[in-house]
Write a protein that binds this ligand. Structure first.
Ligand code: SF4
Length: 753
């Protein structure tokens, strides 16, 4: 306390002062900005319109962007406090280069010279593919597009992937197999128009809160939620299906079996628009209700009721998120969801859609701009015609375009372990918290000759390992576009200047290209992100994700528009894919897919008796790099917890608020607060994944979907032990060796030492 306060003088009057704001009435004087800048939320894929209040060049407030078509004047707690992430203490402000084992401040020129020199030297010695790049779903689409050209045409490697593979790669793979292309078919308003909404592994209330208002606006629906937990969304349901972990694929096959057996399918649609029905019908003989009841733990009556509701609906919607995607069976489960929609014709109509709700604010932009699992505009690597078309637009020789995709995220990590990837560029992601089985990742990163981490924040567990840290501008400090889960393209605007010497990712990519000597060839005349956007419009023209009619002025006028949006399209129209029954396959027909259910890979046993489920909480975002800097969010949810059913706790002699350790075959998480609740079924436990200090990914399993390469984050076998570490403050109650996560954290002695 300072002396004025000590003698009773009020030195906080500025903090208490209030004034009248045009939009909110009487409010704190400190919260009244000079002006508001419209933009799009930078957290989740709902894509809410938001306005940032700016005063004296600083972001001081956030409010909903009233005219935006997505959120209709509302924001969730993260959106309402988003401006706090800009002035956070842990912002990366200057380039840092490791010298003699320490990260020291250097100028941009030295940083980029060193980066290009080390990458080139590595590629010369070990081959072009010894360079890997791990990107994100956090950049604007223009940056993804610019980066993809730089990586594949500039550096000449296709070992490029993003953290989106940890999130929604199974939705992408599933769509490609069933429909011939990526691209969610429906729209948010379908949640309002469906008479049956089936949500599978989708806890919207925590993860995509603003979508709940679409559900609530639909008074006539039957809401069915399939989730092993009684999540907040399950509590909103008319019917909750508390199925056993990872039995959703069997449930979907069981529903399809009943639909066919009771002739609740649309034969005309199947005959005209699909292939593989006869094979699917035979395959589904293996999924009668009695077997599906045994696999899922649901009663036959419940399975019948669900099938009849879906089959008899006029318009039925199936939404899913990570409960489906985070699995070794993710792609197969997406295919089974698409099967249901195709069998009944619940696709391409108002209220009727299979619909992946994706994770990050611009995960969709990465999918469209491509370069990872496809070429830009959903072009296929192995399609010579599409490669030639793209090469012609770019004016480069076709041989420079890769004819197959490079390594996916987990395979880049494995290649680093095997010393095949020797240099890595990580952009706006924090794998030292988010990657499953941290020990393997640690091994891979410590093998690298040179690690560059480009991020808006430092220190993070990942930047601390870097040889070079490049400080990037973040949301609120740069311009571009995001695409949300319903294919709606929305403008992102700059409200304030970047912190310190941070530069936008777009500027960094152009500067790297300059050093590499390919700027003029790849980006002729480009100076602004709008130049990238205009080229992207040409590249996407005529493709499923056609942006050719979208422009920055149109986005400013409309708030946001959905693709496909060819020139002359009506911005007010809701756009749905496949309304004409024409799919992106070679014969124009969607494929009905048969993939058998199998149990998840690591089943519980007497040593590891619990199934651990992981997920999110509404207050936090991903690895909490941003949200732990937002006071109100951090106060609401300051530490991780473990949910356990009271019956299990009684058997183990544990009580609520006990401190526990979670132990798997791969490691342990120490000192987590126990919460007893019927939300989690006996034999299962749940823990949020946001917390670096108690990182659940010390114990998760590095098992991956064989097609999408997405990790099986949702189930692994663990045991729960009473902990000597105090869950609330991390102190130890008695002598104990360091937590496994801390011991196993890799170190980098300094490649430039
Ligand atoms: S629902 Fe998602 S997009 Fe909307 S405000 Fe919340 S975090 Fe942002």
């Amino acid at each position: 306390m300072n002396w004025k306060r000590a003698v009773g003088l009020d030195n906080l009057s500025k903090e208490y002062a209030f004034a009248r704001s045009e939009s909110t009435g009487y409010t704190s004087a400190q919260k009244i900005p000079d002006h508001w800048v419209p933009t799009t939320c930078g957290y989740c894929s709902v894509g809410c319109g938001i306005e940032v209040g700016v005063k004296d060049g600083r972001a001081i407030a956030s409010r909903p962007f009233a005219m935006h078509p997505v959120n209709r004047g509302k924001l969730c707690p993260k959106g309402l406090s988003e401006h706090y992430i800009i002035d956070a203490e842990n912002r990366a402000k200057y380039p840092l280069l490791r010298k003699a084992g320490k990260l020291v401040r250097v100028g941009w020129d030295e940083a980029l010279e060193m980066m290009v020199e080390r990458f080139r030297a590595t590629q010369k010695k070990y081959g072009p593919e010894s360079l890997g790049v791990l990107s994100t779903g956090q950049l604007v689409t223009e940056e993804f597009y610019t980066l993809g050209k730089l990586v594949q045409l500039g550096f000449g490697t296709n070992n490029y992937d993003g953290n989106t593979t940890l999130c929604m790669a199974s939705a992408v793979s599933g769509y490609k197999i069933s429909f011939g292309s990526d691209g969610p078919p429906g729209a948010y308003e379908d949640l309002q128009q469906a008479d049956v909404v089936l949500l599978i592994g989708a806890n919207l209330a925590d993860n995509h809160p603003i979508l709940c208002q679409y559900l609530e606006a639909n008074r006539n629906k039957t809401l069915i939620v399939a989730d092993p937990r009684v999540s907040k969304t399950a509590m909103m349901a008319d019917i909750h299906l508390p199925l056993k972990p990872r039995s959703d694929l069997a449930l979907l096959h069981g529903i399809a079996h009943i639909l066919i057996r009771y002739n609740l399918v649309d034969r005309a649609y199947i005959d005209k628009h699909t292939s593989g029905f006869a094979e699917l019908e035979r395959f589904l003989d293996g999924y009668p209700p009695e077997r599906v009841a045994e696999i899922t733990g649901l009663s036959q009556e419940t399975i019948f009721k669900t099938a009849l509701l879906y089959g008899r609906a006029k318009a039925a919607f199936i939404g899913w998120t990570m409960g489906v995607n985070h699995s070794t069976l993710g792609t197969a489960t997406v295919n089974a969801i698409c099967n249901l929609a195709l069998l009944t014709g619940h696709i391409g109509r108002a209220g009727a859609s299979p619909f992946s709700i994706t994770g990050q604010c611009n995960a969709m932009g990465t999918r469209e701009a491509g370069f990872t699992s496809s070429l830009p505009g959903y072009r296929k690597f192995d399609n010579a015609v599409e490669r030639a078309e793209l090469a012609a637009i770019w004016g480069v020789d076709e041989s420079r375009l890769p004819a197959k995709r490079g390594l996916a995220y987990p395979d880049i990590v494995e290649a680093a372990v095997a010393k095949k990837i020797r240099a890595l560029w990580i952009i706006a992601t924090n794998p030292l918290v988010s990657y499953p089985n941290q020990d393997v990742l640690g091994h891979g990163l410590s093998n690298l000759d040179f690690l560059v981490v480009q991020d808006g924040y430092h220190p993070t567990p990942t930047t601390e390992l870097a040889d070079l840290v490049l400080p990037a501008a973040i949301w609120g400090e740069k311009e571009g576009t995001y695409t949300n889960s319903e294919r709606r393209v929305s403008k992102v605007n700059k409200a304030v200047e970047p912190q310190g010497e941070a530069r936008s990712d777009f500027d960094i990519f152009l500067a790297v290209a300059e050093k590499l000597g390919c700027r003029d060839e790849l980006y002729p005349g480009w100076t602004t992100v709008e130049d990238a956007f205009n080229e992207w419009r040409r590249v996407s023209k005529g493709r499923l994700c056609d942006y050719s009619g979208i422009s920055y002025p149109l986005l400013a006028e409309q708030g946001a528009v959905q693709w496909p949006f060819p020139e002359g399209a009506d911005p007010k129209c809701t756009s749905r894919l496949y309304s004409d029954g024409e799919f992106q396959t070679s014969d124009g027909r969607a494929k009905l897919v048969c993939t058998d259910w199998v149990p998840f890979p690591e089943q519980p046993n007497t040593s590891y008796p619990f199934v651990l489920n992981t997920g999110r909480t509404v207050e936090h975002w991903h690895t909490r790099t941003k949200t732990k800097e937002v006071p109100i969010l951090e106060r609401l949810s300051p530490r991780a917890w473990l949910e356990m059913n009271p019956r299990d706790a009684k058997r183990l002699g544990m009580r609520s608020h006990d401190s526990v350790d979670i132990v798997s075959r791969r490691g342990s998480v120490r000192g987590v607060e126990l919460r007893l609740t019927e939300i989690t079924a006996p034999g299962q436990v749940f823990m949020p994944f946001h917390f670096a200090e108690t990182n659940v990914n010390e114990v998760t399993q590095d098992a991956f979907d064989p097609i999408s390469r997405e990790p099986n984050y949702k189930q692994c076998a663990v045991r729960i032990e009473r902990s000597p570490v105090n869950a609330r403050n991390g102190t130890r109650r008695r002598s104990l060796k360091a937590p496994v996560g801390i011991l196993s954290r890799p170190t980098r002695p300094g490649a430039n030492a």
